[in-house]
Design a protein. Structure first.
Lengths: 190, 168, 665
């Protein structure tokens, strides 16, 4: 017992079931992690895609009249949830302005904003500073509309096809590329 | 003494009950708040939903704006007579299963619920195997040597050694 | 001048990397060529690394202290208004510094381990040094190339961004380092496990050494977890201390397997059983510590705690994890059979089988936590769907496992080694069992209805009674033999048997902790109500009246503080002041709970939104016995200290010769 005792005899090497179990579990876990690393953690699929969009009837921002989603039946509607306090909304603002100016004159696409959980003062302050949308926004003061559309956090944009069905959704700031891709999906779905 | 005080309190509150009801009507007077049925139901439903922006907390536990609005919506729905299931389904249809604090017991998600039971069975199987093996090993020569040390059964090995050492 | 200081830190870390590589090679050469001087050099290398990383950490802390915003990490995680304490603790306020702290602990523990075990583990030393140096290299490369805290910006920034306000709290000042220390301390048993596998034996010294280090790591990890719980309890403002958050789960997994090891190593110590299994547990515990780091730092799982997510860093940690696992588990599969001794578990009712059941339960618990934590990730990768597995799931699934563990806590230590019988068990446990049923019945009559709660209460009574009766029995037997008073008998017994009695103390502490968990989990009263000034609410034995809400100013925040007065049904009174804080620099709002804490329970108040005219949403909790959790932890700490102060068993003759020479011989 002076140091660690010497081995008496070399025990038999046997391959056991746990060898396979251990190796199998390890490989599975590592594949899982590797696959998990590349993905976008912000992306959460919406069960609303492929379903008819909720038809709202809400007061228009800065006007007395109301807007219904069904007013735009026959057009593709790009429904954008925004708020003046939303930092990422500032990022995508120019994309919305440019895209709306380019696409709307064709007559097949209609942009629509939903000013969610905001004040009129805040909303106009935001637009005065960064440019007014070339399309109307409706007021969702309490944020109920956002809940109705399963909005996680602003900005979120829904692409509703001609039949009033949600064809695609984007969470986070839009870019021209994302907008074009999603728009294509809305055009393709009949 | 305590009972007496309680009695007085109860009688006093009974006497003043009608007036306190009036006070409640006026809405601004101070009152003893207890969690109402509504608030209790909100707590139960909101605890089963996950706050969409905080991603770890339940809607009930969260102070985030979305969670606050969700609690208001839940309150409205309860007032409208909806059941817990209906409210949960409302959110599930809009946010997906992600919004539920635990996976639903449906489809593939049975896996996560059955897994612990599967583990228990596996453990039982392992023990059963062990039992068989130990029945065969009862004639282990090493054991016989150990068993002859004549130690008391009521004490642990360590304690026996201690007592022996003390005697020396 | 200050710029050059942080450069010293960078230089020291870079130099450490070179020395670590050299030490690893030297240890390898010592093994291959049999040159003792090589191993000596490797040892000096390990100690030098400890010194150099200490210097490196110090340079970062000093940069925080002197508010040197030319250091990017300092600028990102502190602010000129930040108090000194938090400027120091800001070292681990974010990713880069946390890893530096990891490395520092690793370097310190490595140096200590190599120094104190140099003589007692001559043949294992080359492998131990190689393993530890390998781990150090992994972290150093990561720090230097992917998460460098020494980066400078010129010209210096005028002022820093603030430290995450959640972290500006004395509780959190000590939670992460304690947790990291626990994680890192498992690397020493890990290194010895690698050595055991490489050499094909895990002898007596191996048992002593790994047990000691694991016990130290375990108690540190336990403290880290509980400090985190304590912090969550009064800082996060949801009235609880454990949320089954992925990050919490990540720290629980190594704790579970570590606890399993601390139990099963007894079987190896006393009966030469479970050798391969023990090595497996040591490796798994450390691998799970690394996994925890990966999960927290890679952003693979979304969590409240994962502050900085970076897939590049995630990929590196994953790679590191894979390398460590492949080597360690590969060695286990390849050479694990060499460790197995001739003995087997001989009886289903014996201490060794109780330990086996204990291990099954602990490992099952770890696997359940692991699958629950990874399930959302697996589902997303496989089907693209997103789901949540949160507290309700874990509470349901873990409760039965935990109850089983508590039951074994009463049975295991009292069943003799090798063999017992049903008859003996009956004699030993009939009184505690009766008591357990009685307590459960009383609890039921007092209004407890939850089945799990009733079983848990009964089990706690059972374990308490069984343990106490056993100790009383031993003391009595001792008194008969020695004619001493019960007190001196007990102290002699405990003094001679520090490990066993230390274990008892740890178990009793755990029981106290469990009582706290039962009280606060099953008998909590909570309510969320809108309150106007003057309103009252009843919670537990307290009546709470809301007075007013006022604005206040702190050093780096402004807050709205509400003033409550409470009155207990025994006539005592006091006040509570929960608040909502706004940190302007980071634009974040935190809620500060206000707690009236007693041994019987906590009255806990936290504010929600304000609705004008002083009306505010208020959450009120009555958390019975919650403080027992923290008291139980202190008892556990004491028990571990008691067990650890036992000197290592005398080895018949210590090796006189130099280890390296013997390694060659």
């Amino acid at each position: 017992m002076t140091t660690e005792p010497q081995k008496i005899a070399e025990p038999q090497k046997v391959i056991r079931w746990w060898h396979f179990a251990l190796i199998g579990v390890m490989i599975m876990m590592f594949i899982l992690f590797a696959a998990g690393l590349g993905r976008d953690t912000k992306f959460i699929p919406s069960p609303l895609v492929g379903k008819p969009a909720f038809d709202f009837d809400l007061k228009q921002l800065g006007k007395e009249s109301n807007i219904k989603l069904s007013d735009y039946k026959g057009k593709i509607v790009i429904l954008n949830f925004w708020a003046s306090w939303c930092v990422t909304c500032r990022e995508e603002h120019h994309v919305l302005l440019e895209a709306a100016n380019a696409l709307q004159p064709k007559g097949t696409v209609q942009f629509l904003g939903v000013n969610s959980k905001d004040t009129d003062k805040g909303a106009f302050g935001f637009m005065d500073k960064r440019g007014h949308f070339p399309y109307p926004s409706v007021i969702d003061r309490q944020g109920r509309m956002a809940l109705e559309y399963g909005v996680y956090g602003m900005p979120e944009t829904f692409f509703i096809n001609k039949d009033g069905v949600i064809a695609a959704k984007h969470i986070g700031a839009l870019t021209h590329k994302i907008l074009a891709d999603k728009l294509k999906q809305a055009e393709a779905v009949q | 003494m305590k009972q007496l005080i309680a009695f007085i309190c109860i009688s006093v509150s009974l006497v003043f009950a009608p007036s306190s009801l009036f006070a409640a009507e006026k809405a601004q007077a101070p009152q003893v708040r207890i969690e109402s049925e509504l608030e209790k139901k909100i707590r139960i439903v909101a605890s089963m939903l996950r706050c969409p922006v905080c991603q770890g907390e339940s809607v009930y536990d969260s102070h985030a704006d979305v969670a606050v609005e969700m609690k208001r919506l839940i309150a409205d729905k309860i007032k409208a007579g909806q059941s817990n299931e209906e409210i949960l389904t409302y959110f599930k249809d809009r946010y997906g299963n992600f919004i539920l604090m635990e996976p639903p017991t449906e489809g593939l998600h049975w896996v996560i619920w059955v897994f612990p039971i599967f583990m228990a069975l596996l453990g039982a199987l392992f023990l059963f195997q062990n039992l068989k093996a130990s029945a065969q090993d009862i004639k282990d020569p090493h054991l016989d040597n150990f068993d002859q040390d004549g130690q008391s059964d009521d004490l642990s090995t360590e304690e026996v050694t201690d007592i022996k050492e003390l005697r020396l | 001048m200050s710029g050059s200081l942080i450069e010293i830190g960078l230089g020291a870390t870079s130099l450490s990397l070179i020395i670590a590589i050299a030490s690893m090679i030297l240890a390898f050469l010592a093994l291959q060529r049999g040159a003792p001087s090589f191993l000596h050099a490797a040892r000096h290398g390990m100690i030098l690394i400890a010194v150099l990383t200490t210097i490196a950490c110090f340079t970062i802390i000093w940069s925080f202290v002197i508010k040197d915003y030319s250091v990017l990490y300092v600028a990102q995680n502190s602010n000129s208004q930040l108090p000194l304490l938090y400027r120091i603790t800001a070292l681990w306020g974010a990713h880069e510094g946390s890893l530096m702290l990891w490395l520092w602990f690793l370097a310190m523990f490595s140096a200590i381990a190599v120094y104190i075990h140099w003589k007692s583990h001559p043949l294992s030393m080359p492998y131990v040094i190689m393993s530890l140096a390998g781990l150090q290299i992994g972290f150093m490369v990561f720090i230097l190339f992917l998460s460098n805290p020494f980066i400078e910006v010129h010209p210096a920034l005028p002022d820093g961004r603030d430290l995450n306000p959640l972290l500006q709290d004395p509780g959190l000042a000590f939670h992460p380092p304690t947790l990291y220390m626990g994680y890192v301390a498992f690397s020493i048993p890990f290194a010895f496990a690698i050595a055991a596998l490489a050499r094909g034996q895990s002898g007596r010294e191996w048992v002593v050494t790994t047990r000691r280090w694991t016990l130290f790591a375990w108690v540190t990890l336990t403290s880290g977890i509980l400090l985190g719980g304590y912090w969550a309890y009064y800082e996060l403002g949801w009235g609880g201390y454990w949320a089954w958050d992925p990050v919490e789960n990540a720290s629980l997994m190594p704790w579970l397997t570590g606890t399993a090891f601390l139990h099963s190593i007894m079987a190896q110590d006393q009966r030469n059983l479970f050798q391969t299994w023990n090595v497996f547990l040591v490796i798994t515990t450390f691998a799970l510590s690394l996994l925890g780091t990966f999960l927290v730092r890679s952003g693979v799982l979304t969590s409240v705690h994962s502050f900085a997510a970076d897939p590049g860093r995630g990929a590196y940690i994953l790679g590191f994890l894979i390398v460590v696992s492949v080597i360690a588990y590969g060695l286990l599969v390849w050479r694990g059979h060499r460790l197995i001794g001739p003995h087997k578990v001989s009886n289903l009712i014996s201490r060794e089988s109780a330990l086996l059941y204990n291990n099954l339960l602990f490992v099952a618990a770890a696997i359940i936590v692991l699958t629950g934590t990874l399930y959302p990730l697996a589902i997303e990768v496989l089907t693209g769907e997103r789901v949540s597995v949160a507290a309700p799931y874990f509470n349901k699934v873990m409760a039965p496992v935990m109850l089983g563990i508590v039951l074994l806590m009463g049975l295991g230590p009292l069943i003799p080694w090798r063999k017992s019988s049903y008859k003996k068990m009956q004699k030993q446990f009939s009184i505690p069992l009766g008591l357990a049923l009685f307590i459960s019945l009383v609890a039921y009559l007092l209004g407890a209805t939850d089945v799990i709660a009733l079983i848990a209460i009964g089990l706690v009574g059972f374990v308490f009674a069984a343990t106490l009766l056993d100790i009383i029995g031993a003391v009595r037997a001792h008194m008969k033999v020695t004619d001493k008073s019960w007190f001196s008998s007990l102290s002699i017994l405990a003094g001679n048997n520090q490990r066993r009695y230390g274990g008892f103390i740890v178990h009793l502490g755990t029981l106290v902790l469990i009582i706290g968990v039962i009280g606060s989990a099953f008998f909590k009263e909570e309510a969320t109500v809108n309150m106007k000034p003057g309103d009252q609410i009843v919670s537990g034995p307290y009546t709470l009246s809301y007075k007013t809400i006022v604005p206040q100013k702190g050093p780096n925040y402004s807050e709205r503080m509400a003033y409550f007065e409470w009155k207990k049904d025994d006539g005592t009174t006091g006040s509570l002041t929960p608040s909502k804080r706004n940190y302007p620099v980071t634009q974040t709002v935190t809620t500060e709970a206000s707690i009236h804490s007693t041994l019987l329970g906590d009255l806990y108040v936290v504010l929600g939104n304000e609705h004008g005219k002083g009306e505010v949403t208020t959450r009120v909790f009555w958390n019975p016995l919650v403080n027992w959790v923290w008291i139980g932890w202190m008892i556990v700490l004491f028990g571990v200290l008691f067990a650890m102060t036992k000197r290592a068993p005398k080895i018949v003759s210590t090796p006189k010769s130099e280890p390296a020479k013997e390694a060659i011989a």
